[in-house]
Design a protein around this ligand. Structure first.
Ligand SMILES: NC(=O)c1ccc[n+]([C@@H]2O[C@H](COP(=O)([O-])OP(=O)(O)OC[C@H]3O[C@@H](n4cnc5c(N)ncnc54)[C@H](OP(=O)(O)O)[C@@H]3O)[C@@H](O)[C@H]2O)c1
Length: 305
């Protein structure tokens, strides 16, 4: 496992995080194995949200943490707030009550990181700022960030929010890489040139914000793994060949491709399969060549004009 520095460079985090959106149905035994194996493999960053499994994912994780108490100080726990049934809600009241709910389910007095999950179309920066101030002052949240936010939306928040916004969690996999392909097709009238994110990669690098690719093994809007999917035959063939060359698994190769970006992104892998989790940790130590990175990019069907 590789590590990167974040939160004003003062915290070392595993370059791959584990996403806990799919752990809601784990038994106690499965959750204990998931948590302890992850830590043994070098993962020290776990991503949650108040809504995952209707709150069940935080409960399962919190109970596992309680049974494995010595692990608390070794890991960073991130959660998110702001999505409600039929609406997004960044009101002070909702942010504060959401954090209370997450702390209760996780069985903790504080979380390390809180992200605003999806941009609330009715967002008032002052209200978010008041909520963050209160959470920081009470010690309930140590660091803050966003998810699915454009650069101007982050700038708008920063007009009131005093805390550093260190993280932006965004959808990104080799099969959903318009954030990357648009950078090679600036101003061109082709599909790859369509910029859907306002050149977020460049903005985040310029501003020291860590991008956390979510669903790094999925295609479409969380429609399933692209691995073994006919639609991605050429991509999977290339990934397979290169995985063999580097002596890692195909899943590991898909993550190694993201880690080769100079941005120092932190993919959030959502696997619940212990063997896959181990394989990704091993692949995180591999640095693929420039030539192989571009081979995979082209095999996914993106253009270099
Ligand atoms: N901020 C946001 O809006 C947002 C949105 C969605 C997700 N997230 C975060 O991102 C994390 C990751 O999302 P995700 O779970 O969709 O990511 P993912 O890591 O891309 O996908 C994991 C899923 O794909 C399956 N999978 C992976 N490789 C496979 C293969 N070769 N063959 C068959 N199945 C395979 C896994 O099954 P196994 O369990 O069997 O390995 C698991 O069900 C979430 O846990 C959450 O923390 C954030």
């Amino acid at each position: 496992m590789k590590y990167i520095k974040t939160f004003s460079q003062d915290t070392e985090v595993s370059q791959v995080a584990l996403g806990c959106m799919r752990i809601g149905n784990m038994t106690d035994k499965e959750a204990d194995i998931y948590l302890s194996t992850a830590v043994e493999c070098g993962y020290n960053y776990f991503d949650h949200a108040d809504i995952y499994g209707g709150g069940r994912c935080e409960e399962v994780f919190g109970a596992a943490l309680k049974r494995n108490g010595k692990l608390r100080d070794k890991i960073i726990i991130q959660t998110k707030c702001g999505i409600r049934k039929g609406m997004y809600d960044f009101s002070k009241e909702h942010i504060l009550s959401s954090v209370e709910g997450s702390l209760r389910r996780l069985g903790l007095d504080s979380v390390d990181v809180l992200l605003l999950h999806r941009p609330d179309l009715l967002m008032e920066p002052d209200e978010v700022a008041e909520a963050f101030d209160e959470l920081e002052k009470s010690g309930k949240v140590k660091h803050f960030g966003v998810s699915n936010h454009s650069a101007p939306q982050i700038e708008l928040l920063k007009t009131s929010v005093k805390q550093e916004l260190s993280i932006n969690q965004m959808q990104l996999s080799i099969a959903t890489a318009s954030m990357i392909s648009s950078g090679a097709n600036v101003n061109l009238c082709n599909e790859d040139g369509v910029n859907r994110d306002g050149y977020l990669r460049d903005y985040c690098r310029l501003n020291g914000i860590t991008i956390q690719p979510w669903s790094p093994l999925q295609h479409g809007f969380i429609e399933g793994s692209f691995s073994k999917n006919e639609k991605y035959a050429e991509l999977n063939r290339t990934i397979g060949e290169l995985a063999e060359k580097y002596g890692i698994t195909e899943t590991g190769m898909a993550i190694a491709w993201l880690l080769r970006l100079p941005d120092k992104m932190q993919p959030v892998v959502g696997s619940t399969n212990i063997e896959r989790i181990k394989a990704v940790a091993e692949a995180a130590d591999i640095e693929i060549t420039r030539e192989d990175w571009y081979k995979i990019y082209l095999a996914a069907g993106y253009r270099l004009p």
